[in-house]
Design a protein around this ligand. Structure first.
Ligand code: AMP
Ligand code: MG
Length: 420
C-alpha cells in the first residue's frame, strides 16, 4: 500500500554512483536514505511556546520593524552631533516606553535611557559617564562619533524582508524572534511518529527474572531516549520474539507510523526469517555497511513507513542511530537547515587501532591537556560494551581510508553532548 508518488527504493538507490550493498560507504548509506525519503507534508499551527524544537513550515516575513523606532542603546544624552562643540541645555527626558514628546532645537539635549525612542531632532547619544553636568547645562568632551549608540528602526528585523524559512529548526532564539514580531502562533510540520521494537528470543523485559542465556532488553531504552531527544512521537511496541506471526503482527502495527525502528535480526547469522519477513512485508534493502560498529543494517519501506532495521548489539544501535537514523528522520521531518553533526579535530593521546576500508566510530574521551584538546578511547570497544558509550563524551571518527593512528596525530571527533 505504498503512497501515491512515493519513491521506489530499489530503483532510487541502484542509480547512485558507487552503490554497493555489500560494502557500502557510510556517506553512500546516508545519501541513499536521503534520496529515498520525501519529507512529510502535514503541518499544524501551534502557540509559539510549543514551537520549540519543531520544524518551521511557513516563511516568516516581518509586518513590523524591530525595533519599531530609532532608539538609544545606552543611558546618556540624546544630542545633535553638529552642536557638540558648545554646552547644551537639557530640556527633558526620554525613558523606555515613555518617549519625549517635544522636539529638540539647536543647542538642546534630552536625557535618555536605553531603549527610549530618539527624540525628534536628535541623531547621536553620548553616554552619561563622560558628560560634565552643571544644573541643566551639560558639556560633552571631544571624540564622539556621529550616530553613536543609536539603534535604528528595523536594524534587527525589517518589514518585508524574510527572516526565517520553512525547514528551519526552532530554537529558543527563533521562538523569541517570532515573538518580537508580535506573533502568538506559528505553522510547523507535524511531529514525526516513530514506532520501534526489539527482536530476539534471548531478550527479557525489565521486571521479569533473567533465565539462563537471556539478557535484559536495553536497546529499547537507549532508543527511547534518543528518539525523545529528537522530539518525535514514540510508540514502543516492546520485545518481539523471533517468531514469524508475532513479528508480522508487530510490523503491521508499526506501519501506521512514519518510521519503524527495529533492533536485532538483521545480521547474517540471525534467524533468517526476520529478514525474510521484512522483505515480504515491504521493500527492504539489506546492507553491509563499511563501518564499525554497526555493519549490518536494513533500510526500506513497509506500507507508508520507512524501516530502519538496526543491528542488535547495543553500541551498534546507538552508532547507527546517530550516523543514519537521526539524519534520515530529520530529513523526513522537513528540516532544511544543516543538521550534520560537526566533525572537529583533536590530537590522539594514544595509538589507535584501525584498518583501512571502513569508517570506525570509536568511543572517546575528549579532554583538555595544557591548552590542547586531546582524545583517548574509553577502553574496551566491543559493540556489546554499552559502558563504552556511557564513559565517552565523543565519537572518534576514523575515516574509511585511514589506517592505524599514532599518538600525536590529529583525528576527527564528534561531540555527543546535545546529540540524541
Ligand atoms: P542480533 O543482531 O540479533 O544478532 O544481536 C546481536 C547481539 O546483540 C546479541 O548478543 C544480542 O543478545 C544483543 N542484543 C540484541 N538485541 C538486544 C537488546 N534489545 N538489548 C540488549 N542486547 C541485545
Ligand atoms: Mg537476534
Amino acid at each position: 500500500m505504498r503512497k501515491m508518488g512515493s519513491v521506489p527504493i530499489f530503483e532510487t538507490v541502484s542509480c547512485l554512483d558507487g552503490y554497493d550493498p555489500d560494502a557500502l560507504h557510510v556517506d553512500k548509506a546516508r545519501e541513499a536514505m536521503r534520496a529515498c525519503i520525501t519529507p512529510i507534508a502535514a503541518t499544524e499551527s501551534v502557540p509559539i511556546r510549543s514551537a520549540l524544537g519543531r520544524v518551521l513550515a511557513e516563511n516568516i516575513v516581518p509586518r513590523i520593524n524591530v525595533p519599531s523606532h530609532d532608539n538609544s542603546a545606552m543611558d546618556g544624552y540624546a544630542v545633535r552631533f553638529a552642536d557638540l562643540d558648545k554646552p547644551l541645555t537639557e530640556i527633558g527626558a526620554a525613558l523606555a516606553g515613555r518617549p519625549f514628546a517635544g522636539k529638540m532645537d539647536a543647542g538642546q539635549c534630552v536625557r535618555i535611557m536605553t531603549g527610549a525612542v530618539m527624540p525628534a531632532g536628535s541623531d547621536t547619544v553620548v553616554i552619561q559617564e563622560v558628560v560634565k553636568r552643571e544644573g541643566n547645562r551639560i558639556v560633552v568632551p571631544p571624540g564622539q562619533k556621529r550616530a553613536q549608540n543609536v539603534r535604528y528602526a528595523g536594524e534587527d528585523l525589517k518589514i518585508g524582508v524574510p527572516v526565517l524559512e520553512p525547514g528551519k529548526w526552532l530554537r529558543p532564539a527563533e521562538v523569541g524572534l517570532i515573538a518580537s514580531l508580535g506573533m502568538g502562533e506559528v505553522r510547523v510540520k507535524r511531529k514525526l511518529r516513530v514506532a520501534f521494537f526489539s527482536t530476539g528470543d534471548e531478550l527479557a523485559s525489565i521486571g521479569t527474572a533473567l533465565k539462563e542465556g537471556e539478557v535484559y532488553d536495553s536497546n529499547r531504552y537507549t532508543l527511547h531516549g534518543m528518539l525523545e531527544r529528537l522530539g518525535v512521537e514514540i510508540t514502543d511496541l516492546g520485545v518481539v520474539r523471533d517468531d514469524p506471526a508475532q513479528l508480522e503482527a508487530a510490523f503491521r502495527k508499526a506501519a501506521a507510523a512514519d518510521a519503524i525502528i527495529t533492533t536485532g535480526g538483521v545480521s547474517v547469522g540471525e534467524a533468517d526469517f526476520v529478514r525474510a519477513l521484512m522483505a515480504k512485508l515491504g521493500e527492504v534493502l539489506f546492507w553491509k555497511i563499511a563501518m564499525r560498529p554497526g555493519r549490518p543494517m536494513a533500510f526500506g519501506r513497509i506500507g507508508d513507513a520507512f524501516l530502519f532495521g538496526l543491528p542488535g548489539n547495543p553500541v551498534a544501535v546507538m552508532v547507527t542511530f546517530h550516523q543514519f537514523v537521526r539524519d534520515a528522520l530529520l530529513h523526513l521531518s522537513g528540516r532544511r537547515d544543516d543538521y550534520a553533526i560537526p566533525l572537529l579535530r583533536a590530537t590522539a593521546a594514544e595509538n589507535l587501532r584501525k584498518v583501512p576500508g571502513r569508517t570506525e566510530y570509536q568511543r572517546g574521551v575528549l579532554f583538555l591537556d595544557s591548552g590542547t584538546w586531546k582524545v583517548k578511547i574509553t577502553g574496551q570497544q566491543g559493540s556489546g560494551v554499552l559502558r563504552s558509550m556511557s564513559e565517552a563524551n565523543c565519537f572518534i571518527v576514523l575515516e574509511h581510508e585511514r589506517g592505524a593512528v599514532k599518538a600525536g596525530e590529529l583525528v576527527q571527533v564528534q561531540l555527543m553532548e546535545g546529540l540524541a
